[in-house]
Design a protein around this ligand. Structure first.
Ligand SMILES: Nc1ncnc2c1ncn2[C@@H]1O[C@H](COP(=O)(O)OP(=O)(O)OP(=O)(O)O)[C@@H](O)[C@H]1O
Ligand SMILES: [Mg+2]
Length: 317
């Protein structure tokens, strides 16, 4: 599949979300040239057995609020496509509408891999498990379809796209969603009235829109990811280390913007190393990831325990 930028941008059908629903999926590197080979479940060869939690255990992985079931991950296992190295080992997670979840864990424990596998990143191949998103089999969808369905993923290291301005990028993504929802596309002048209030919310300069995608400093890239989310919206936002590189004021701005986008219908899954973020965006569930699986789930006090006692204080054993 030949890739053009618009093919990397997609929209969500989550019309119910007041934060405009759709968004984009963007992968980097040569592997993006084969989105159809992305991490759908492997269709041939042996499948790993699926480890289902008991209902009680599943409850401990989150998802006991009154909101509708949004994301259900059961026994998700994955390998790196090229090397076949196992990176996810039977991950279980349940997210309902309106819930905020945090995933914490040591460097290299598999947090980013988990988010990328959910987004359908072609670097990974799913070898087992079931993932249901809004009642649909997520693993059978292309990355673009996942995005159309309302899944937004902000990556730990957003890729730079020289030659494409932030404004054009957002406009293309926005119009892709309009098209998907059979709504009229809007022109560049009209689009400014969509972006302007979001920029103000994130305390970003208008000049940012002229810069190229992710061509800014680390902290600005993170703001830019949230700007994309604010303009495009989502039912489930996966935020991978959205706090990294942000100074204390920027962290507050970004957290305020994210909180402002929350509704009873949408949910956040945030990956972080620091409790500081969780002071601003308060999760109902904190999950600890280790060696490619979620080994423990608790409430926000788990993050406090982690900060005070290190990983040994929250280890499964
Ligand atoms: N595409 C890849 N190629 C090679 N190794 C990979 C790839 N993706 C993940 N890994 C390996 O899988 C493991 C999990 O990586 P991952 O990036 O998910 O960790 P993480 O928990 O997000 O770490 P950090 O906190 O440092 O961001 C690591 O050992 C990493 O080197
Ligand atoms: Mg990571």
């Amino acid at each position: 599949m030949a890739l053009t930028l618009p093919s990397l941008l997609s929209t969500s059908s989550a019309a119910s979300s007041p934060c405009l629903p759709p968004h984009r999926t963007l992968f980097t590197g040569p592997s993006t040239l084969s989105l159809n080979r992305s991490c759908r479940r492997r269709r041939s060869g042996p499948r790993a057995s699926v480890a289902f939690d008991s209902p009680a255990e599943a409850g401990e992985r989150g998802g006991s609020s009154s909101g509708e079931l949004l994301l259900e991950v059961r026994g998700l296992s994955a390998v790196i496509s090229e090397s076949k190295k196992e990176v996810l080992r039977s991950v279980d997670l349940t997210v309902h509408q309106g819930e905020i979840h945090a995933i914490m864990g040591r460097n290299g424990s598999g947090k980013s891999t988990f988010s990328k596998v959910l987004a359908g990143h072609p670097q990974y191949e799913v070898t087992g498990g079931v993932v249901t998103f809004k009642g649909q089999n997520l693993l059978d969808m292309d990355p673009e379809e996942r995005s159309h369905a309302g899944l937004f993923t902000s990556f730990q290291d957003p890729v730079e796209i020289p030659g494409i301005s932030n404004y054009d990028f957002l406009l293309m993504a926005y119009n892709a969603r309009q098209k998907k929802l059979n709504r009229p596309e809007i022109g560049p002048i009209e689009f400014f009235s969509v972006v302007d209030p979001k920029l103000a919310m994130l305390k970003m300069e208008k000049g940012f829109l002229d810069g190229h995608v992710n061509g800014a400093s680390g902290g600005q890239k993170k703001r830019s990811e949230i700007l994309q989310l604010a303009v495009l919206g989502a039912d489930l936002c996966i935020l991978d280390e959205i706090d990294s590189g942000l100074d204390v004021d920027a962290l507050q701005d970004v957290a305020k913007a994210i909180n402002g986008l929350l509704t009873p219908d949408n949910s956040i899954l945030m990956i972080t190393h620091y409790r500081r973020l969780l002071d601003y965006i308060k999760p109902a569930y904190v999950h600890i990831m280790e060696d490619g699986r979620i080994i423990k789930t608790g409430d926000a006090s788990l993050a406090k325990q982690l900060e005070e006692g290190g990983f040994k204080a929250v280890s499964a054993t």
